[in-house]
Design a protein around this ligand. Structure first.
Ligand SMILES: C[S@@+](CC[C@H](N)C(=O)[O-])C[C@H]1O[C@@H](n2cnc3c(N)ncnc32)[C@H](O)[C@@H]1O
Length: 243
Protein backbone atom coordinates (compact mmCIF):
# COMPACT_ATOMS: atom_id res chain seq x y z
CA UNK A 1 0.00 0.00 0.00
CA UNK A 2 0.99 3.66 0.03
CA UNK A 3 1.05 6.51 2.57
CA UNK A 4 -0.89 8.73 0.17
CA UNK A 5 -4.01 10.26 1.78
CA UNK A 6 -7.03 11.07 -0.36
CA UNK A 7 -7.70 14.82 -0.53
CA UNK A 8 -10.70 15.93 1.57
CA UNK A 9 -13.97 16.40 -0.37
CA UNK A 10 -13.72 20.23 -0.35
CA UNK A 11 -10.29 20.22 -2.08
CA UNK A 12 -10.65 17.00 -4.11
CA UNK A 13 -12.00 18.65 -7.28
CA UNK A 14 -9.15 21.17 -7.38
CA UNK A 15 -6.56 18.45 -6.71
CA UNK A 16 -8.00 16.28 -9.50
CA UNK A 17 -8.30 19.13 -12.00
CA UNK A 18 -4.80 20.54 -11.51
CA UNK A 19 -3.16 17.12 -11.52
CA UNK A 20 -4.92 15.97 -14.68
CA UNK A 21 -3.70 19.24 -16.20
CA UNK A 22 -0.15 18.17 -15.32
CA UNK A 23 -0.33 14.62 -16.72
CA UNK A 24 -2.47 15.38 -19.81
CA UNK A 25 0.22 15.18 -22.51
CA UNK A 26 1.24 11.59 -21.69
CA UNK A 27 -2.04 10.35 -20.23
CA UNK A 28 -2.87 8.16 -23.26
CA UNK A 29 0.49 6.40 -23.16
CA UNK A 30 0.04 5.81 -19.42
CA UNK A 31 -3.41 4.32 -20.07
CA UNK A 32 -2.16 1.99 -22.80
CA UNK A 33 0.72 0.72 -20.69
CA UNK A 34 -1.04 0.31 -17.36
CA UNK A 35 -4.00 -1.54 -18.91
CA UNK A 36 -1.96 -3.57 -21.44
CA UNK A 37 -4.04 -1.69 -24.09
CA UNK A 38 -7.20 -3.31 -22.70
CA UNK A 39 -8.87 0.05 -22.04
CA UNK A 40 -9.40 0.25 -25.80
CA UNK A 41 -11.44 -2.96 -25.74
CA UNK A 42 -13.47 -1.78 -22.73
CA UNK A 43 -14.23 1.52 -24.46
CA UNK A 44 -15.26 -0.33 -27.63
CA UNK A 45 -17.77 -2.21 -25.46
CA UNK A 46 -19.44 1.12 -24.66
CA UNK A 47 -19.95 1.74 -28.37
CA UNK A 48 -21.30 -1.77 -28.94
CA UNK A 49 -23.84 -1.28 -26.16
CA UNK A 50 -25.02 2.04 -27.65
CA UNK A 51 -25.35 0.48 -31.10
CA UNK A 52 -27.30 -2.44 -29.68
CA UNK A 53 -29.62 -0.14 -27.71
CA UNK A 54 -30.28 2.38 -30.51
CA UNK A 55 -29.67 0.65 -33.86
CA UNK A 56 -31.25 3.45 -35.92
CA UNK A 57 -31.46 6.69 -33.98
CA UNK A 58 -29.75 10.02 -34.67
CA UNK A 59 -28.09 10.34 -31.31
CA UNK A 60 -27.08 13.41 -29.34
CA UNK A 61 -24.23 12.18 -27.14
CA UNK A 62 -22.30 13.63 -24.23
CA UNK A 63 -18.93 12.18 -23.22
CA UNK A 64 -18.58 13.48 -19.66
CA UNK A 65 -15.15 13.55 -17.97
CA UNK A 66 -13.96 12.99 -21.53
CA UNK A 67 -10.27 13.53 -20.73
CA UNK A 68 -8.22 13.22 -23.90
CA UNK A 69 -11.30 12.18 -25.88
CA UNK A 70 -10.77 8.44 -26.22
CA UNK A 71 -14.47 7.64 -25.91
CA UNK A 72 -15.51 10.81 -27.76
CA UNK A 73 -13.52 9.74 -30.83
CA UNK A 74 -15.29 6.38 -30.82
CA UNK A 75 -18.69 8.08 -30.43
CA UNK A 76 -18.06 10.33 -33.44
CA UNK A 77 -17.24 7.25 -35.53
CA UNK A 78 -20.74 5.83 -35.01
CA UNK A 79 -23.02 6.49 -37.99
CA UNK A 80 -25.91 6.85 -35.54
CA UNK A 81 -24.22 9.76 -33.72
CA UNK A 82 -25.65 13.13 -34.64
CA UNK A 83 -23.60 15.28 -32.23
CA UNK A 84 -20.93 14.44 -29.68
CA UNK A 85 -20.26 16.90 -26.90
CA UNK A 86 -17.07 16.27 -24.92
CA UNK A 87 -16.99 17.79 -21.43
CA UNK A 88 -14.17 17.91 -18.89
CA UNK A 89 -12.99 20.38 -16.25
CA UNK A 90 -9.27 19.97 -17.00
CA UNK A 91 -8.29 22.44 -19.69
CA UNK A 92 -5.15 20.50 -20.67
CA UNK A 93 -6.97 17.16 -20.99
CA UNK A 94 -9.63 18.89 -23.08
CA UNK A 95 -6.94 20.47 -25.27
CA UNK A 96 -5.56 17.03 -26.15
CA UNK A 97 -9.12 15.92 -26.97
CA UNK A 98 -9.58 19.09 -29.09
CA UNK A 99 -6.55 18.17 -31.22
CA UNK A 100 -7.76 14.59 -31.70
CA UNK A 101 -11.27 15.69 -32.62
CA UNK A 102 -10.24 18.61 -34.85
CA UNK A 103 -12.11 18.70 -38.15
CA UNK A 104 -14.87 16.31 -37.05
CA UNK A 105 -18.02 18.32 -37.69
CA UNK A 106 -20.26 16.43 -35.26
CA UNK A 107 -17.83 17.08 -32.38
CA UNK A 108 -18.02 19.95 -29.88
CA UNK A 109 -16.00 20.40 -26.70
CA UNK A 110 -16.72 22.37 -23.59
CA UNK A 111 -15.21 22.93 -20.16
CA UNK A 112 -17.66 21.76 -17.52
CA UNK A 113 -18.03 20.16 -14.13
CA UNK A 114 -19.80 16.80 -13.88
CA UNK A 115 -21.41 17.82 -10.59
CA UNK A 116 -22.92 20.99 -12.06
CA UNK A 117 -23.82 20.76 -15.76
CA UNK A 118 -25.35 24.22 -15.65
CA UNK A 119 -24.77 24.98 -19.34
CA UNK A 120 -26.95 22.09 -20.43
CA UNK A 121 -30.74 22.02 -20.38
CA UNK A 122 -32.85 19.18 -19.09
CA UNK A 123 -33.42 16.31 -21.51
CA UNK A 124 -30.78 17.28 -24.10
CA UNK A 125 -28.91 14.01 -24.74
CA UNK A 126 -29.78 10.47 -25.85
CA UNK A 127 -26.54 9.07 -24.44
CA UNK A 128 -24.16 10.13 -21.65
CA UNK A 129 -20.91 8.17 -21.31
CA UNK A 130 -18.36 8.48 -18.51
CA UNK A 131 -15.02 6.66 -18.62
CA UNK A 132 -12.94 6.48 -15.45
CA UNK A 133 -14.39 9.81 -14.35
CA UNK A 134 -16.95 9.27 -11.58
CA UNK A 135 -14.29 7.91 -9.21
CA UNK A 136 -12.79 11.39 -9.31
CA UNK A 137 -15.81 13.56 -8.60
CA UNK A 138 -16.26 15.01 -5.13
CA UNK A 139 -20.02 14.33 -5.07
CA UNK A 140 -21.02 11.17 -6.90
CA UNK A 141 -24.77 11.45 -6.19
CA UNK A 142 -24.81 14.99 -7.53
CA UNK A 143 -23.03 13.91 -10.72
CA UNK A 144 -25.52 11.05 -11.21
CA UNK A 145 -28.48 13.38 -10.75
CA UNK A 146 -27.00 15.86 -13.24
CA UNK A 147 -26.49 13.05 -15.78
CA UNK A 148 -30.10 11.98 -15.23
CA UNK A 149 -31.31 15.54 -15.67
CA UNK A 150 -29.55 16.18 -19.01
CA UNK A 151 -30.62 12.83 -20.51
CA UNK A 152 -33.79 12.66 -22.59
CA UNK A 153 -36.48 10.20 -21.47
CA UNK A 154 -35.37 6.81 -22.81
CA UNK A 155 -31.75 8.04 -22.78
CA UNK A 156 -28.86 5.72 -21.94
CA UNK A 157 -26.16 6.33 -19.32
CA UNK A 158 -23.00 4.20 -19.49
CA UNK A 159 -20.22 4.34 -16.93
CA UNK A 160 -16.88 2.56 -17.14
CA UNK A 161 -14.57 2.57 -14.13
CA UNK A 162 -12.50 0.46 -11.79
CA UNK A 163 -14.37 -2.26 -9.93
CA UNK A 164 -13.73 -4.47 -6.93
CA UNK A 165 -12.37 -7.99 -7.40
CA UNK A 166 -14.26 -10.57 -5.31
CA UNK A 167 -11.85 -13.50 -5.51
CA UNK A 168 -9.32 -12.93 -2.66
CA UNK A 169 -6.35 -14.47 -4.49
CA UNK A 170 -6.92 -12.48 -7.67
CA UNK A 171 -7.56 -9.39 -5.50
CA UNK A 172 -4.12 -9.79 -3.94
CA UNK A 173 -2.45 -9.77 -7.36
CA UNK A 174 -4.70 -6.96 -8.62
CA UNK A 175 -3.89 -4.76 -5.60
CA UNK A 176 -0.17 -5.41 -5.96
CA UNK A 177 -0.37 -4.40 -9.61
CA UNK A 178 -2.58 -1.34 -9.02
CA UNK A 179 -0.78 0.00 -5.93
CA UNK A 180 2.83 -0.92 -6.77
CA UNK A 181 3.27 -1.34 -10.51
CA UNK A 182 0.90 1.36 -11.84
CA UNK A 183 2.65 4.16 -9.84
CA UNK A 184 5.98 2.79 -11.14
CA UNK A 185 4.74 2.99 -14.74
CA UNK A 186 3.75 6.61 -14.05
CA UNK A 187 7.17 7.33 -12.59
CA UNK A 188 8.92 5.80 -15.62
CA UNK A 189 6.78 7.74 -18.13
CA UNK A 190 7.06 11.15 -16.44
CA UNK A 191 10.52 10.62 -14.94
CA UNK A 192 9.42 12.14 -11.63
CA UNK A 193 7.15 11.37 -8.74
CA UNK A 194 3.64 12.81 -8.88
CA UNK A 195 0.87 12.40 -6.29
CA UNK A 196 -1.40 11.44 -9.16
CA UNK A 197 0.18 7.99 -9.55
CA UNK A 198 -0.74 7.18 -5.95
CA UNK A 199 -4.06 9.00 -6.17
CA UNK A 200 -5.27 6.78 -9.03
CA UNK A 201 -5.16 3.49 -7.05
CA UNK A 202 -6.08 5.06 -3.70
CA UNK A 203 -9.16 6.74 -5.20
CA UNK A 204 -10.50 3.27 -6.03
CA UNK A 205 -10.73 2.42 -2.31
CA UNK A 206 -13.46 4.96 -1.58
CA UNK A 207 -15.32 4.27 -4.84
CA UNK A 208 -18.37 1.99 -4.42
CA UNK A 209 -18.16 -1.65 -5.47
CA UNK A 210 -20.22 -2.89 -8.41
CA UNK A 211 -23.39 -3.67 -6.40
CA UNK A 212 -23.29 -0.43 -4.41
CA UNK A 213 -22.71 1.64 -7.54
CA UNK A 214 -25.66 -0.13 -9.17
CA UNK A 215 -27.80 0.85 -6.15
CA UNK A 216 -26.62 4.46 -6.35
CA UNK A 217 -27.49 4.60 -10.05
CA UNK A 218 -30.94 3.20 -9.23
CA UNK A 219 -31.33 5.76 -6.42
CA UNK A 220 -30.65 8.42 -9.05
CA UNK A 221 -33.88 7.10 -10.70
CA UNK A 222 -32.29 5.14 -13.56
CA UNK A 223 -34.09 1.97 -14.61
CA UNK A 224 -32.93 -1.41 -15.94
CA UNK A 225 -29.52 -0.84 -14.33
CA UNK A 226 -27.01 -3.58 -15.11
CA UNK A 227 -23.28 -4.03 -15.08
CA UNK A 228 -20.64 -6.16 -16.72
CA UNK A 229 -17.24 -7.01 -15.23
CA UNK A 230 -13.99 -7.05 -17.16
CA UNK A 231 -10.77 -8.80 -16.02
CA UNK A 232 -12.28 -10.46 -12.94
CA UNK A 233 -14.03 -7.26 -11.85
CA UNK A 234 -10.98 -5.00 -11.96
CA UNK A 235 -13.03 -2.84 -14.29
CA UNK A 236 -16.82 -2.63 -14.60
CA UNK A 237 -19.24 -1.09 -17.06
CA UNK A 238 -22.60 0.01 -15.58
CA UNK A 239 -25.56 1.23 -17.60
CA UNK A 240 -29.11 2.37 -17.04
CA UNK A 241 -32.01 4.06 -18.81
CA UNK A 242 -33.83 7.27 -17.91
CA UNK A 243 -37.53 6.38 -17.71
C1 LIG B 1 -9.07 9.13 -15.67
S1 LIG B 1 -9.51 10.44 -16.75
C2 LIG B 1 -10.52 9.59 -17.92
C3 LIG B 1 -10.54 10.23 -19.27
C4 LIG B 1 -11.35 9.49 -20.34
N1 LIG B 1 -12.76 9.51 -20.05
C5 LIG B 1 -10.87 8.07 -20.52
O1 LIG B 1 -11.64 7.16 -20.21
O2 LIG B 1 -9.73 7.90 -20.96
C6 LIG B 1 -10.68 11.30 -15.77
C7 LIG B 1 -11.07 12.63 -16.34
O3 LIG B 1 -12.18 13.11 -15.57
C8 LIG B 1 -12.04 14.50 -15.44
N2 LIG B 1 -12.84 14.92 -14.28
C9 LIG B 1 -12.70 14.53 -13.00
N3 LIG B 1 -13.63 15.12 -12.22
C10 LIG B 1 -14.37 15.90 -13.05
C11 LIG B 1 -15.49 16.75 -12.84
N4 LIG B 1 -16.01 16.94 -11.62
N5 LIG B 1 -16.01 17.39 -13.90
C12 LIG B 1 -15.48 17.22 -15.14
N6 LIG B 1 -14.41 16.44 -15.39
C13 LIG B 1 -13.88 15.78 -14.36
C14 LIG B 1 -10.55 14.72 -15.26
O4 LIG B 1 -10.18 16.03 -15.57
C15 LIG B 1 -10.00 13.69 -16.26
O5 LIG B 1 -9.80 14.26 -17.52
Amino acid sequence: MTDFKMPEAQVKAEFVRTNFDVIASKYDLFNDLNSFFLHRYWKNSIIQLIQKTFPKKNLDCMDLCCGTGDISVRLTQMDIANNVLSVDFSENMLNVARERLAGISKSKLEIGDATNLKNFSNASFDVVTVGFGLRNVDNLSKALSEIYRVLKPGGLFINLDVGKVKNPIIRLFANFYFFRIVPLIGYIIWGAKNDMFDYLPVSSLSYPDQENLKSMIEQAKFQNVEYKNFVFGNVAMHWGIKA
